[in-house]
Structures are given as structure tokens and as C-alpha cells.
Design a protein around this ligand. Structure first.
Ligand code: ATP
Length: 235
């Protein structure tokens, strides 16, 4: 579904990605793990068109999307849930959700997807008239994911959904990510919580200072001595 080939991405003179290649098959949950500053967020931004790579290609469903605008990329079916959620604090929960569908014209479809999101996250239904800024961190993360689903993505890019959340809330969110995937959405999950990410992912890539250093089935990486000591704090 997605194929990234040898991308190099820069912020001015600073090179953040040094030849990243990865592929994601339809229906998979793939996780990208790595330390602070390894380039995980930059990889997502390179896919979504926010910081396009200087070299290399991003291809989605067989189409080269490397130089397309973010809007075009969203309309093709890639939606990113940014780190830190970025919800609109002074809009209601419902208004925040509907912002996710701003490129769509199919009112009935939008309505149906809104209901689906309330089914996944009943707390968002209860709080639909409340301002986004008054939600707890976990609820804001749910809202950010719900908003992304309103764009009807084929591929969902999740940046650190567990950040700053209590363990039980993280478990709940990861269960829902599994459910979203089971409903047919392919997922690329960036996480510092490697333990949780490797438990729900099918496959994983390890990113170190702008390069992929390891890849494989998630369950193999859970048993890999290097991953265990560097990312899981075990052995
Ligand atoms: P984290 O988990 O801390 O978010 P990350 O793996 O997502 O880390 P990136 O945010 O992709 O890492 O950053 C990769 C590198 O690019 C880092 O060295 C970072 O300092 C640098 N970088 C990121 N954003 C910018 C920016 N806007 N301007 C300059 N350098 C940046």
C-alpha cells in the first residue's frame, strides 16, 4: 500500500532522515520505534507531505505522492494524527470531529462516520457539546483519532498516541487502534512505548539517527536482544 524508498529529509541544513526505506501492506499495523530525535515524526511528516523529502520517493497505492500537497495526500487516503493531538480547544468535541471531514462533500457518509466514531469512543458522544480544551489527555487523544477517522483514511499515521497518558488509558487506546485496523484501516504507528507498540503491530522498523537499523515481525523484535536492552529496558 505504501512504499518509501531511500528518503532524505532536511530541516534547513539539518538532515533528519538519511535514506529511510520501508513498506506497509494493506491491512497491516506497522510500528516505527526509536529514541528521541531518531526521526520518527519526520518520517510521518515526509509521508503526509508536511516536510517533503529532498531525495527518494513515497508511493501510495502505486502512485508517486512525494511532491503532492498535504490536502491532496489526505484526499488520496492518508491521514496523520499529530503528536500532542492538536485539537481545537475552543471548538466543541463534535465540531472538532467534523473538521476531520472538511475535504468531504458526502453529508450522509460524514454523518455515518461520526456515529461510528461515537461507537468506538462513547465518551466523545457524552461530551459532544463540550469544548475540546476541557477534555482529559486521554479523551483528547481519542478525539484526535476520531477526527482523523472522519477523513475516511485508508492509511492512518499515528504519532505517539500514548504520550503522557496513564497505563490504563494507553491500553484502552491501543485496543481501539486494533479495532480500527480490524475494520480495514492500515496503520503506521510511531511510538516510544515500544513494548505496547510491538504487542499490537504485525511488523516493526527500528529507526536510529535517521536510518532504519532493524526490521522484522513484531514478535521477533520483542525477542531480539538488542531491542530488549535498548528499547524495552529488559535483560
Ligand atoms: P521524538 O520522539 O523526540 O519526537 P523523533 O524520532 O520523532 O523524536 P524527529 O522529531 O523526527 O524525531 O526529529 C529528527 C531530528 O530532526 C532531530 O534531530 C530533531 O532535532 C530535528 N528536527 C525536528 N524538527 C525540526 C525542525 N522543525 N527544525 C530543525 N530540526 C528539527
Amino acid at each position: 500500500m505504501l512504499e518509501i524508498t531511500d528518503i532524505h529529509t532536511y530541516y534547513g541544513n539539518i538532515q533528519a532522515l538519511r535514506g529511510v526505506s520501508l513498506r506497509i501492506g494493506a491491512g497491516e499495523i506497522v510500528t516505527l520505534i526509536g529514541a528521541n530525535g531518531a526521526g520518527k515524526t519526520t518520517t510521518l511528516m515526509s509521508i503526509s507531505g508536511v516536510t517533503p523529502p529532498k531525495r527518494g520517493t513515497v508511493s501510495f497505492l502505486g502512485q508517486d505522492v512525494t511532491r503532492l500537497s498535504t490536502e491532496r495526500i489526505v484526499s488520496l487516503g492518508i491521514t496523520q494524527v499529530p503528536e500532542g493531538r492538536m485539537i481545537f480547544p475552543r471548538l466543541t468535541v463534535k465540531e472538532n470531529l467534523l473538521m476531520g471531514g472538511y475535504l468531504r462533500r458526502d453529508k450522509a457518509g460524514i454523518r455515518a462516520d461520526e456515529e461510528k466514531v461515537y461507537g468506538l469512543f462513547p465518551v466523545l458522544f457524552e461530551r459532544r457539546t463540550q469544548m475540546g480544551g476541557t477534555l482529559s489527555g486521554g479523551e483528547q487523544q481519542m478525539l484526535a483519532i476520531g477526527r482523523a477517522l472522519l477523513a475516511r483514511p485508508k492509511l492512518l499515521l499515528l504519532d505517539e498516541p500514548s504520550l503522557g497518558l496513564a497505563p490504563l488509558v494507553v491500553e484502552n487506546i491501543f485496543e481501539i487502534i486494533k479495532q480500527i485496523n480490524a475494520d480495514g484501516v492500515t496503520v503506521l504507528l510511531v511510538e516510544q512505548n515500544a513494548q505496547m507498540a510491538l504487542h499490537i503491530a504485525h511488523r516493526a522498523y527500528v529507526l536510529e539517527t535517521g536510518r532504519i537499523t532493524l526490521e522484522g515481525a513484531a514478535r521477533d523484535l520483542l525477542n531480539d536482544p538488542k531491542v530488549r536492552s535498548a528499547y524495552l529496558g529488559l535483560d
